[in-house]
Design a protein around this ligand. Structure first.
Ligand SMILES: NC(=O)c1ccc[n+]([C@@H]2O[C@H](COP(=O)([O-])OP(=O)(O)OC[C@H]3O[C@@H](n4cnc5c(N)ncnc54)[C@H](OP(=O)(O)O)[C@@H]3O)[C@@H](O)[C@H]2O)c1
Length: 316
């Protein structure tokens, strides 16, 4: 089976590529630079140069493929992103997905796996969220493109789509995780209020195994949306405390919400205090996360970052 992967060089994508190669899939990865061509070759994948926003090009490079995995994202790395910082991510979700759907239609590709996020549920006041819990009527501006992306797939008459809504990724090779650990170590990652909002995390390794599982069981999982997180929603206070402990930092201090808004901006505060408890996807077969609890996962990540031998692997 030949699988086309976008975002094949990203945090999640490269893990997926390596696992698919290990499982003897033929993997075709979208590459936008010479560096990524080399990275894909080194992972055992076939690189194809292309642009997500060139519809005909995508039709051409997916011509011999049997499945499409759309994993590309461009999440802004700024601490306080502005609306313009989300434009490319929106484009990848909307125009990119539309072009890939067209390529799938033209080439008779039925299986389409899409990376999505649980954040579209917004603040659910700590409620348990199940696979069939509807999204709220209103979502924040940077998630409108996510809703549009999902609708393009769910309203498609024949595509055998699987949408995986992921929780908050973390891993040793994520710049975001590294920054957060650094901040927690220095005591610069305070808890907002009492820190009672519930967050839902997922180690990047587990996100990748979920994608591979979805592909392996595509015929029974098709035309479905699954929420993929670890199995232990964690309070903001426990999450930051676990980071501080893993980084051998100080016990985090608490700051009031209005001060947090001044320090980090409204969007970051809303993101960190949006509360819900995602329940394990009930029809997702026998997939289980290797790190079912963030406290264990983040201490492994910190150990990995402190080990000079694994530093080389992280950079690869
Ligand atoms: N659920 C979550 O918590 C979540 C979701 C997504 C990202 N993140 C986080 O956000 C941080 C940044 O991640 P990231 O956005 O760099 O994601 P990433 O997952 O590390 O990589 C993004 C992938 O998408 C590709 N890509 C980007 N722009 C593209 C475009 N215009 N056309 C085609 N492919 C494109 C990149 O290829 P190029 O090398 O060619 O750019 C790369 O392969 C990471 O720490 C990640 O963990 C979190």
């Amino acid at each position: 089976m030949k699988v086309f992967v976008t975002g094949a060089t990203g945090i999640i994508g490269k893990r997926i590529v390596k696992q698919l190669v290990q499982h003897n899939y033929e993997v075709v990865g979208l590459a936008r630079s010479d560096k990524n061509v080399e990275q894909l070759k080194a992972m055992g994948a076939l690189p194809r140069r292309g642009d997500l926003f060139q519809a005909q090009q995508l039709i051409d490079i997916t011509r011999d493929c049997d499945a499409i995995l759309h994993m590309a994202t461009k999440i802004p790395l700024q601490a306080v992103p502005k609306a313009k910082d989300w434009v490319m991510n929106d484009r990848i979700r909307t125009e990119g997905t539309r072009n890939l759907i067209t390529a799938a239609e033209k080439n008779g590709i039925k299986t389409f796996i899409q990376q999505s996020v649980i954040f579209t549920y917004g603040d659910q006041d700590g409620a348990e969220i199940y696979q069939d819990t509807p999204l709220p009527d209103q979502v924040s501006d940077n998630l409108l493109s996510n809703v549009e992306m999902e609708e393009m797939l769910t309203q498609h008459p024949s595509l055998q789509y699987i949408i995986l809504r992921f929780g908050w990724f973390y891993s040793a090779d994520s710049a975001q995780t590294q920054n957060m650990l650094q901040m927690a170590k220095k005591g610069f990652f305070p808890v907002i209020g009492k820190g009672q909002s519930f967050l839902n995390m997922i180690h990047a390794d587990d996100a990748a195994t979920a994608v591979v599982h979805a592909l392996q069981h595509a015929s029974s999982l098709q035309r479905s949306i699954f929420n993929i997180t670890d199995f232990s929603p964690i309070s903001l206070k426990d999450m930051i405390t676990a980071m501080a402990k893993a980084a051998k930092g100080r016990t985090p201090r608490h700051i009031p919400r209005p001060l947090a808004r001044i320090m980090t901006g409204k969007a970051a505060v809303e993101f960190l205090t949006a509360s819900m408890k995602i329940q394990p996807a009930s029809h997702f077969g026998d997939w289980r996360p290797k790190y079912p609890d963030f406290k264990i996962g983040i201490s492994e990540v910190a150990k990995e970052l402190n080990n000079p031998l694994s530093q080389k692997a992280i950079r690869a």
